[in-house]
Ligand binder design. Structure first.
Ligand code: FES
Ligand SMILES: [Fe+2]
Length: 404
């Protein structure tokens, strides 16, 4: 049996109506927002392309020629540091006949160092800033000037050490959109931290399933009842008033963990993990700070680390996720660092496995003919903020053409 499916226009209307409700009457979005290819195409254009998507941290691209190959909303891109030290987001589409110059079929790694990018098809070669360097046997092409044939680039910005791309090219600057967010995370100085753990995950679920799971802590009392809920009970979590372009949640520790951290803070000592970040105010050490830079930049601040999740939405039912841990250079110089990384890699994996299970279960349920629009707990306030952001973003976009 199949449920009657709403058109994209009807889904838009339902999102607008949901966003108008007060938190005390909040309901979930229509299931089409998670499972319908037509709605995803509209959302990719109206929300994801027009927003800022985080692709990298500067510490992942230290040297000139260091690159990351990524696929973003159907665009093959390469994030690469040039000889001038600038990090750019370039298209991988060759300006000669259109080949993806780093397509996985050529067998190259997803990341590495290539000071010169060479298109394997006819060997046109490009500098790491996108300029055409060489092009064999083009001397008889009239009016051909190498300067006119660069790899295209996407608009990018570096914010707090993170490389973001705006595919549409017309978003407001991040310094404006995330201004208050930058102030909140300033004590961690993320531009000076380094990514020391990375784990890749292929996700068979919609990107909103992931960001909603990331930012609401109601589920601590469910899927994490034996893990996170023992130190950060769901009922103690709370959300800052609506900010517009990002969401901030507080996950305070329970009494026992608070006492442990206060004791360690008094001695400036490490607990189980890495050497703590120097100079953090005590109140910030006594909670996890959870952030969602809309649409999908996921960041968590803790006493000794920052956790960052990179999410690349791919289709209505798929996204590519990279979960990472960043620490200070002082923590990396600690004699026990290698051991700590090994232990914390296990922690990062286990931490996310419980969420992977519920996310997969969510997507399966959302595809069912029996799924209904559910009611939200006050602890799910960030989900209501996401709905309101989506509604604002969709409203400024052209309505989608009728779905087929
Ligand atoms: S398509 Fe790239 S060199 Fe011909
Ligand atoms: Fe979780």
């Amino acid at each position: 049996m199949t449920r009657s499916v709403l058109s994209v226009e009807e889904v838009r209307k339902a999102v607008f109506e949901a966003a108008e409700l007060p938190l005390s009457r909040a309901i979930t979005l229509p299931p089409e927002t998670y499972v319908d290819p037509g709605f995803f195409a509209h959302e990719a254009d109206a929300v994801l392309s027009r927003g800022w998507i985080c692709l990298a941290h500067v510490s992942q691209l230290k040297k000139s020629g260091d690159y990351l190959r990524l696929d973003l909303l159907g665009e093959p891109v390469v994030v690469i540091r040039g000889r001038d030290g600038e990090i750019r987001v370039l298209s991988r589409v060759c300006p000669h006949r259109g080949a993806d110059i780093l397509h996985p079929v050529f067998g190259g790694p997803e990341e590495g160092n290539e000071p010169i990018l060479v298109c394997p098809y006819h060997r046109w070669s490009f500098e790491a800033d996108g300029a055409l360097k060489g092009c064999p046997e083009m001397q008889k092409a009239e009016g051909f000037d190498k300067k006119d044939w660069r790899l295209s680039s996407f608009r990018s910005e570096i914010w707090q050490g993170f490389v973001f791309v705006n595919v549409s090219g017309d978003a407001a600057p991040l310094a404006e959109l995330y201004a208050a967010f930058a102030d909140m995370i300033a004590p961690w100085d993320t531009a000076e931290m380094e990514v020391v753990i990375e784990l890749k995950w292929d996700c068979d679920f919609n990107w909103k399933v992931m960001v909603e799971n990331w930012i609401e802590s109601y589920h601590h009392l469910g899927i994490h009842h034996q893990t996170l809920n023992t130190s950060m009970p769901a009922a103690m979590t709370w959300t800052d008033p609506e900010q517009g372009h990002f969401i901030r949640c507080h996950l305070p520790f329970n009494k026992k963990t608070t006492e442990k951290v206060m004791e360690a803070a008094a001695k400036d000592a490490a607990l189980d993990g890495f050497k703590p970040v120097a100079g953090l105010p005590l109140d910030r050490q006594l909670e996890w700070g959870l952030y969602l830079g809309l649409p999908c930049f996921m960041l968590l601040t803790a006493r000794d680390r920052v956790i960052w999740y990179r999410l690349l939405p791919q289709s209505e039912g798929r996204c590519a996720l990279l979960t990472t841990t960043l620490v200070t250079r002082a923590a990396m110089a600690d004699p026990d660092f290698a051991e700590t990384v090994a232990a914390e890699t296990t922690m990062l994996r286990d931490f996310h496995l419980e969420d992977m299970q519920v996310n997969a279960a969510m997507q399966a349920g959302l595809r069912s003919s029996k799924v209904v629009r559910g009611r939200l707990s006050h602890l799910e306030e960030p989900i209501w903020h996401i709905q309101r952001y989506l509604a604002r973003s969709l409203r400024v976009a052209e309505p989608a053409s009728p779905s087929v």
